[in-house]
Design a protein around this ligand. Structure first.
Ligand code: HEM
Length: 193
């Protein structure tokens, strides 16, 4: 799907992040990020491009089977809202593509801050949902790093016969998801960040 046709997807059109490119560089040094990670992530993006719906089916199955998680997609009636789940799903698919391919520049940083707001102060606003859950707790944001990482490995392995390449892509994916959640944690604890 062309990005311009994804409702609520506003990459390149949101306010700048308070996080500077210097802050980002130091974070990436902390995560032992290398050019090899950037290259491995690009390769992962090629492999995952044709499997985005399968990845999302798996992740939505995981969230849907845990009432303590799916409640964050509740509408005003306190039940999971299919329209909310569907709207987020399309942007989640775009996030997979963006994570693997977008350069780590000011636009990327700005959109990480926007995704953070959408889990926190602006939750439900993008899709006009009157959700009963005003924010996604930070503890679940952090804990999600593992399922989002563990479940991607089989998809990566299906795209190459080289086990070293699978390891490299999986490592880069793990670093990229961790980096994202670190950036998304900023508005949860702005004075401490
Ligand atoms: C590694 C952790 C996580 C990742 C990678 C992730 C990814 C995403 C992405 C890409 C979006 C759409 C952003 C956009 O609008 O462009 C989103 C939205 C959302 N996510 Fe997460 N998420 C994570 C943790 C969680 C957790 C733990 C929950 C709780 C079940 C959750 C619930 C939601 C909800 C409810 C929205 C919609 C927010 C809104 O109203 O705009 N997310 N997430």
């Amino acid at each position: 799907m062309a990005t311009t046709t994804i409702p609520g997807y506003r990459y390149g059109q949101v306010d700048p992040s308070p996080v500077t490119e210097t802050d980002l560089d130091l974070l990436k040094q902390t995560l032992l990020w290398t050019d090899d990670d950037t290259a491995a992530l690009r390769r992962a993006g090629e492999i995952l491009a044709g499997r985005v719906d399968d990845v999302l089916d798996l992740w939505y199955g995981y969230v849907g089977s845990h009432p303590h998680l799916v409640r964050y997609f509740n509408g005003a009636d306190g039940e999971p809202d299919p329209a909310y789940l569907d709207a987020v799903r399309v942007r989640f698919g775009q996030w997979i593509r963006d994570l693997c391919t977008r350069p780590h520049d000011a636009d990327w940083l700005a959109y990480q801050e926007e995704i953070a707001r959408r889990h926190l102060h602006d939750k439900g606003r993008t899709d006009g949902i009157a959700t009963t859950e005003p924010f996604v707790p930070l503890r679940y944001m952090i804990a999600f790093i593992w399922p989002i990482t563990a479940t991607i490995r089989d998809f990566l392995a299906a795209g190459t016969d080289d086990p070293d390449e699978v390891d490299a892509m999986h490592r880069a994916w793990f670093k990229a998801v961790t980096l994202s959640v670190v950036l998304w944690s900023r508005p949860y604890a702005p004075e401490l960040w």
